[in-house]
Ligand binder design. Structure first.
Ligand code: 5GP
Length: 206
């Protein structure tokens, strides 16, 4: 796995963790437990052009914006990364992440694969963690069973899921979400553990 720009010891403690994984794997549930376990961590709130799902609150789950506003944010360089996923645009507001890191907090982004690659390119010292399902069948069940998307959207998300899982080798660590509490604890360990001790888990060959 290619790694560049390894920080020297001492800069290692506070850093950025990017959590990706296929739609339906349970990222939101795991992140919400992680929030309870470690309220000191900064969790980025993304901007999206997707319509809010039932129960989603603007400014809490996402900043919901129209395409024009999103395009302006891209043009103004306000987004650390951005991507189109299953017909909607998503992006990470840059300033809050930079402020959190500058103030010494660990920061977590929950984003899809294209965004994870952009963050890795822009900030090579970040840690990429992929959340994976216990099996493909389990993922299909979760995605079709949750009833938040129509058939075409589910199909698009399953296609994207195949691409995401195929990219697991680009990630520094994988966490299997068979049990939400356990997955959240494993993720917490990765987020707060020193770079020195996680380097061995990555199987770096470079
Ligand atoms: P959902 O519509 O299910 O909330 O999110 C769809 C996908 O977009 C998920 O994989 C989620 O991780 C990803 N996502 C959420 N926010 C962002 C973001 O700011 N940037 C990128 N690249 N992906 C995001």
């Amino acid at each position: 796995m290619k790694r560049t720009g390894e920080p020297v010891s001492g800069q290692a403690r506070h850093r950025l963790t990017v959590v990706s994984g296929p739609s339906g794997v349970g990222k939101s549930s795991v992140i919400s437990v992680l929030r309870e376990l470690a309220p000191e961590i900064f969790f980025s709130i993304s901007v999206t052009t997707r319509a809010p799902r039932q129960g989603e609150v603007d400014g809490e789950h996402y900043h919901f914006v129209d395409r024009e506003t999103f395009a302006k944010m891209v043009d103004n360089g306000e987004l650390l990364e951005h991507a189109e996923f299953a017909g909607n645009c998503y992006g990470t507001p840059r300033a809050p992440v930079m402020e959190a890191l500058a103030s010494g907090r660990d920061a977590v982004l929950e984003i899809e694969l294209q965004g994870a690659r952009q963050v890795r390119a822009a900030m090579p010292e970040c840690q990429l963690v992929m959340l994976v399902p216990p099996s493909w069948e389990e993922l299909v069940d979760r995605l079709t069973g949750r009833g938040t998307e129509h058939d075409a959207a589910v199909a698009a998300r399953l296609e994207a899921a195949k691409r995401e899982l195929a990219a697991a080798g680009e990630f520094d660590a994988c966490v299997v979400n068979a049990d939400v509490q356990r997955a959240a604890r494993e993720l917490l360990t990765l987020v707060v553990t020193d770079r020195e001790s996680t380097a061995g888990q990555r199987g770096d060959s470079s």
